[in-house]
Design a protein around this ligand. Structure first.
Ligand code: S3P
Length: 164
């Protein structure tokens, strides 16, 4: 990979990643899409059938298989949950960019979209707890952090391209 985007759900990883891939003429890879292609199921369906751990293991396989390819990778917000995934990302020489914003602006984007199983099954308070639990994990593996509040996806993509 030339760059890997991490961050909470709703951070804009997919939108920014797609723009960036276009801008740099690289392939765009999205771990959620790759997991879905592999299984023929949406993340929601996978959570429902094999649970969150099953989904995380699939994410790990996909991450491992695709790290060596050339492209822009957007990851699922929970990629940092497994220690094995954090290690894979830390050991790679690829820039890992953390798209970070305020909880308020992130949730605003999330509530507009009902597709995520983690969001559907959680209250706002539980989501805030998950946010708190994950922040350090993103920061731990990120080589750079970009703040996204009040920025367009184009502006964020431009900032990310400076680290590639
Ligand atoms: C998840 C984030 C989702 C997807 C799945 C679980 C999470 O990806 O992988 O629904 O645990 O944060 P996005 O961050 O692209 O929404």
């Amino acid at each position: 990979m030339k760059v890997i985007l991490i961050g909470f759900m709703g951070a804009g990883k997919t939108t920014v990643g797609q723009l960036l891939a276009k801008k740099t003429n690289l392939a765009f890879l999205d771990t959620d899409q790759l997991v879905s292609q592999r299984t023929g199921q949406t993340p929601g369906e996978i959570f429902a059938t094999v649970g969150e751990l099953g989904f995380r293991q699939l994410e790990q396989t996909i991450l491992q298989e695709n790290l060596v390819k050339q492209g822009v990778m957007a990851t699922g917000g929970g990629i940092i949950e497994l220690a094995a995934n954090r290690q894979l990302l830390k050991n790679s020489t690829v820039p890992v960019i953390y798209l970070s914003g305020s909880f308020g602006q992130t949730v605003e984007r999330l509530v507009k979209d009902n597709s995520r199983p983690i969001v559907r099954n959680k209250s706002l308070l539980e989501l805030a707890e998950l946010w708190e639990q994950r922040l350090d994990k993103y920061a731990e593996i990120a080589t750079e952090t970009i703040y996204t509040d009040n920025k367009t996806a184009e502006q964020v993509a431009e900032e990310v391209s400076q680290y590639m």
